[in-house]
Structures are given as structure tokens and as C-alpha cells.
Design a protein around this ligand. Structure first.
Ligand code: ADP
Ligand code: MG
Ligand code: ZN
Length: 610
């Protein structure tokens, strides 16, 4: 079978992304390859597809356990036999993988670089027909990069120990020249086929905000994105803890990740995130490399990272499936000192001598300065990043905070009066102040038990804002607090009126609130931003079905089909299996496993709506 056919049959895609074809052709022709493509550019395809084309086995060196597990699971979901070997397997499990390997049961095997040193693995590897050795996240080999891993330096010895040198491929999203040179030199790539695709990610929207209160701004941002999955990066473990706790208390589906948590908790939390049980992850930069969750639709940086490289890598975890996603950085002056502190007190790399250390330190400070420049620039943010990576770009991209002119002031005087008056009336009736949730529920006309018990349905303000979403109302309450009309009391988590409130209630004082210049339609579902009306309804129905199927199969929802695939399905509305196969991201196996269920659901939707 040829490569385009395989791309369609196994992965369900009809076209290669930029760079993929050259690299795959290179491997097939027996040449080393070096793929430099941005996060989400589709690097895995450049070794997964050759693995299926070539005789024998493809060995993938991958730095992270989560990455291996994720990819092996996704391959299995597409019907490819694959396995991984890392420290999460016990002795018996490792032996079982070795046996299957020797019996030729896998086309593709992922290993952690540390494993290459195990004599047991060396013995097995020497007997295997390894055609292709792919080094993923290859920048880990360079001490100039962000994620230097000394164990990557062993790869070359391992290659030397094999009876026959396989084709070697290296893949990274890191753009700097120095790192690229290191990768080529240390891995001893032999005149590799190199492709450097553009670093632009057109589906990502960039913005820098410098809010007075990051916590409030964060809540405003989350309120406008309810139901979506995202990552919030913080600079320190302590900040992760406090942000996560605060959001949890407010009822958001959040979990956390940092190096200070026990291993079991880290992997449990990560899993909650991958499976959308907790759609929001609050984490330090320890979280993410190799997290291929494709439906991450925003990445918010609570703190400024230490470099543009780190920022672009972390922010780039949004929108991997190609649907629109937001990358928002909350900047404050104190972030600069935190970053400087982290650089000055970073983990000392014992393998380096003082001169090397000095040089790295200088470089880190220069990187930090470029990062601060990003936060302060008034020019196109996308342009700034591409410039940094040495890539040509238009002056204005039209889809970043600086190009788009940010936010518009909207008059919310009427809503403000309703909210304040509701707070007052609840207090008049009960004789005490209550919390934001109860106020919101009264305004929305909720029928919950507590409201009935307290007799709050009788209030004249009951149900006044029944057409607004919960998050809208909460955002407005937050804004009224920021403007000084409401005051929250920490101890009892209640909200009270201030003296200023009477200006709005009785003197007609206008209240304005900043909202995104192009307000998103009311709470669009994940990834459905480009869909309107009926298409969006169908998308939601398909999403629900996907959730059920994923649960039954015990895999994350995005592994059944990505949001991009569901979007395409909602647009195309296939009626037959052969039409279904034309949806982007639907391969042969997945069509066989899930096709009937989705076709039925689409039919049902059409019957109901025609
Ligand atoms: P990278 O490793 O470069 O960050 P991935 O390999 O994780 O990116 O791929 C990102 C996403 O792009 C995945 O969801 C993958 O299925 C998808 N993808 C890869 N190749 C193609 C293609 N040719 N057409 C459409 N989608 C693709
Ligand atoms: Mg990758
Ligand atoms: Zn721009």
C-alpha cells in the first residue's frame, strides 16, 4: 500500500500536512531525516506512517511516559499494534513485551531513553529487525534547549551497539539554530533530509493582558469559555495550589499538576484531564511535554514564562486539532522578578563546568528579556514570536490582541441595577447576606430547593436575568465588585452592597464592562466555534455520543474522534458508510468500530429537524 492510501485508511486524513511527505519519502528511501515543525504540526505521523510502510520494527525514543502511553493508546484506537517500555511496567510486563517483540507482533515500539542502557533491552534489540529509529522531542539532547535530558546523549551509543545501523530520524518543535546544530551533530545524522516548516499556528489567537487582579481576570476568561478544556500555567507550585483551590471552590472542573505531588496523584490528575473528567488543568511547566490532548481550546499563563521558546511550546498545546484556540498571557511586573529568581536559583546541572554555567545563565537572561518584550510590545504578537524564531511574517496578523484592538466597553447599567437590587432584596428578606451562587440562581430563576425553602421565588427580582448564562452573571457580579459596588466578605463567602451601590440603584449611574470585542456566541461547545445554529446542535449531539463510546471503550473522548473530525462530520452530515469515510480523521478501523453509531445519530438528528 502506498503512503497516501495508508494515511487515509489508518488515520483517516486525505492530505499530508506541510513537511510530512518529504520526511516520509526520505525515510522510505533509507535516508536519515530531521523534521522541525511546530507543536501540533503532525510530527508523529512522520514516524508512525513509515513504521507501517517499512519492514521490521520502528523504535521511537520518547522522553515522557505520558507521551508514550497516549500515543500507543491512540495507535491502538486506530487499529495499529504498538507497545511501550518504560518504568511503569513491572518485570513480567516488560518480559511479555520483549517476547511479543521477538515474535514480530509490533510494528512500532516506544522506549524511554534510560531503557537503552538496560542490558536486557540491549540483548533483545540486537535480535530485532529495527528499520527505523525515531527520536521524538529531539531538542532534549541539547543543553542549549529548554529540556536538556542527559539520558538522550546515550542514544548514539545505543545506535552504535546495534548490529546494523537503522535509518535515524529526529523530530522537534524547537526552532533555534544552536539546538538544531546540536541535534544533528550529537545524533550523527548522515546528510539528513531536513524540513523546517513555518512556525506559524494560524488557528491560535494570542493576547497579553495586564489586569489589576489576575484572579478576577482569570475567572472572567474562564466564564467566557465554559465547557471548554484548557490549561492554566503558573510559575510556582504554590501558585498552582492556590489558583486550583480557588477555582475548585467556585465550582470549576479543575485539577492540578506539579513536580511536588506524589507520582500517583500526578498521573491520576493528568488522566482526569485527558478524559475530560476535569476539563481544566492548573500546572507548572512540569506538565505538558508530550500531552497530545487535541481538544485543548485555551492555554492561559497566569505568570509570564522564562522565554519565548517556553511560552510558544506551552501555549502551542492549545488547538492541536486545528480548531480555533486562545493563548492568553496574564502579565505583571512581579512576573519578571519571579522569572529572574527562578533563573538564578534554577536546578544546577552538575555535568556543567562553571564557564558553561555562566554562559547558560547569560543566555537565560537574554531569553527572559525577549519574553518581557513580548508582553510589552504594541505590535503584532504573532509577528513578534515569528520574528524571534527568524521567520518572515506580515506586519499585521489580524488575530491577536494587539492587531484586533482587544476589548470594547459595553453598557450593563440595566443588568447592574437588577443584580444590585436582587442582592438588596435577598438581604431585606433574610436579614443576612448570601453568596454569589445563590444570587445568580435567584436571578436566573432557578427552582432549586434552597431557593424554595427560603421563599426567594417571591422576590420581584427572581428570574430577571433568566436569559443570561450563569457565567455571564458571575462575570458581571465580579465586575461590580471590582468597580466597588459590591464587596465580598472572605469568611462567610458572602457578597454585600457598598455605599456606592445606591448611585447605580437610585441615581442612574451608568456601568460599563469590558467584553471581548467580538463576543463569542453564547457558550459555544468545545471546538464548535466555527459552526452556527443547526451545525452546532448536531456537533453537540455527536459530542455526546462520542463521550458515551469513549467511556465504553475506556479511552479519552478525543481518541475516538477529534473535535476537528466532529466539526467536519457535522458539516458533511454523511448518510452512508462511504460518505462517512470521507470525513477528515475517519480511518478504516474507526469507521468500522464507530461508523454505524454515528450514522444513526446523524439520521436521527435529520429526522427530528426536517
Ligand atoms: P506534533 O507532535 O508535531 O506536535 P502531533 O503528531 O501530535 O503533532 O499531531 C497533531 C495533530 O495533527 C494530531 O491530532 C494528528 O492526528 C493530526 N494530524 C497529523 N497529520 C495530519 C494530517 N495529514 N491531516 C490532518 N491532521 C493530521
Ligand atoms: Mg509530538
Ligand atoms: Zn497580530
Amino acid at each position: 500500500m502506498d503512503k497516501t492510501e495508508l494515511l487515509q485508511r489508518i488515520f483517516g486524513y486525505s492530505q499530508f500536512r506541510p513537511g510530512q511527505e518529504e520526511l516520509i519519502d526520505g525515510v522510505q528511501a533509507g535516508k536519515d531525516v530531521f523534521g522541525i515543525m511546530p507543536t501540533g504540526g503532525g510530527k508523529s505521523m512522520c514516524y508512525q506512517l513509515p513504521a507501517l510502510l517499512l519492514p521490521g520494527i520502528t523504535l521511537v525514543i520518547s522522553p515522557l511516559i505520558s507521551l508514550m502511553r497516549d500515543q500507543v493508546m491512540a495507535l491502538k484506537a486506530a487499529g495499529v499494534s504498538a507497545a511501550y517500555i518504560n518504568s511503569t511496567l513491572n518485570g513480567a510486563q516488560v518480559q511479555a513485551v520483549y517476547r511479543n517483540l521477538l515474535a514480530g507482533k509490533y510494528k512500532i515500539v516506544y522506549v524511554a531513553p534510560e531503557r537503552l542502557d538496560y542490558p536486557g533491552f540491549g540483548n533483545v534489540a540486537a535480535k530485532l529487525p529495527i528499520s527505523f529509529l525515531a527520536v521524538d522531542e529531539a531538542h532534549c539532547i541539547s543543553q542549549w534547549g529548554q529540556d536538556f535530558r542527559p539520558s538522550y546523549l546515550r542514544i548514539i551509543n545505543f545506535i552504535g551497539s546495534l548490529p546494523r545501523r537503522p535509518v535515524v530520524g529526529a523530530f522537534t518543535a524547537t526552532a533555534t539554530k544552536q539546538v538544531q546544530e546540536d541535534v544533528e551533530r550529537i545524533l550523527q545524522l548522515q546528510s539528513p533530509v531536513r524540513t523546517v516548516t513555518g512556525f506559524d499556528r494560524p488557528n491560535l489567537y494570542f493576547e497579553v493582558l495586564q489586569p489589576e487582579s489576575k484572579d478576577k481576570e482569570l475567572r472572567r476568561l474562564l466564564a467566557a469559555r465554559s465547557g471548554k478544556s484548557g490549561i492554566i500555567y503558573c510559575a510556582t507550585r504554590k501558585k498552582v495550589e492556590s489558583v486550583c483551590e480557588d477555582l475548585q471552590d467556585r465550582g470549576y472542573g479543575v485539577t492540578r499538576y506539579h513536580a511536588g505531588l506524589p507520582e500517583e496523584e500526578r498521573s491520576a490528575n493528568q488522566e482526569d484531564f485527558l478524559y475530560d473528567r476535569k476539563p481544566i488543568m492548573v500546572a507548572t511547566n512540569a506538565f505538558g511535554m508530550g500531552i497530545d490532548k487535541s481538544n485543548v481550546s485555551f492555554v492561559i499563563h497566569y505568570n509570564m514564562p522564562k522565554s519565548i521558546e517556553a511560552y510558544y511550546q506551552e501555549a502551542g498545546r492549545a488547538g492541536r486539532d486545528g480548531t480555533d484556540a486562545d493563548c492568553i498571557l496574564l502579565y505583571s511586573g512581579s512576573d519578571v522578578s519571579t522569572a529572574r529568581f527562578l533563573i538564578n536559583n534554577g536546578s544546577e546541572n552538575e555535568e556543567l563546568d562553571p564557564a558553561q554555567r555562566e554562559m547558560i545563565h547569560k543566555q537565560d537572561i537574554a531569553r527572559l528579556e525577549a519574553m518581557v518584550g513580548y508582553c510589552k510590545t504594541k505590535t503584532c504578537l504573532r509577528g513578534y514570536i515569528l520574528e524571534y524564531f527568524g521567520q518572515k511574517h506580515p506586519e499585521i496578523c489580524g488575530s491577536c490582541g494587539n492587531c484586533r484592538g482587544g476589548f470594547a466597553d459595553v453598557d450593563i447599567t440595566k443588568e447592574a441595577q437588577m443584580i444590585l437590587s436582587c442582592v438588596k432584596r435577598i438581604h431585606d428578606q433574610l436579614g443576612y447576606w448570601v453568596g454569589v451562587n445563590l444570587i445568580g440562581n435567584v436571578l436566573r430563576g432557578s427552582r432549586n430547593k434552597r431557593i424554595q425553602e427560603l421563599g426567594l421565588e417571591e422576590l420581584s427580582t427572581y428570574g430577571l436575568l433568566k436569559n443570561r448564562s450563569r457565567s455571564d452573571i458571575h462575570a458581571m457580579i465580579d465586575h461590580l465588585e471590582a468597580e466597588g459596588y459590591l464587596m465580598s466578605e472572605q469568611e462567610h463567602q458572602t457578597v454585600r452592597l457598598t455605599a456606592l451601590a445606591s448611585q447605580v440603584l437610585y441615581q442612574g449611574k451608568a456601568v460599563e464592562m469590558k467584553v471581548a470585542a467580538e463576543p463569542e456566541e453564547p457558550a459555544p461547545a468545545i471546538g464548535s466555534r466555527k459552526l452556527a445554529g443547526e451545525e452546532a446542535d448536531l456537533f453537540d449531539a455527536l459530542k455526546e455520543l462520542r463521550g458515551k463510546l469513549a467511556q465504553k471503550a475506556g479511552i479519552p473522548a478525543y481518541m475516538v474522534f477529534s473535535n476537528a473530525t466532529l466539526t467536519d462530520m457535522a458539516k458533511k452530515r454523511p448518510r452512508t458508510m462511504s460518505e462517512f469515510r470521507k470525513v477528515s480523521g475517519v480511518g478504516e478501523i474507526k469507521a468500522a468500530w464507530y461508523g454505524t453509531a454515528f450514522l444513526k445519530r446523524i439520521q436521527k438528528y435529520m429526522d427530528e429537524n426536517e
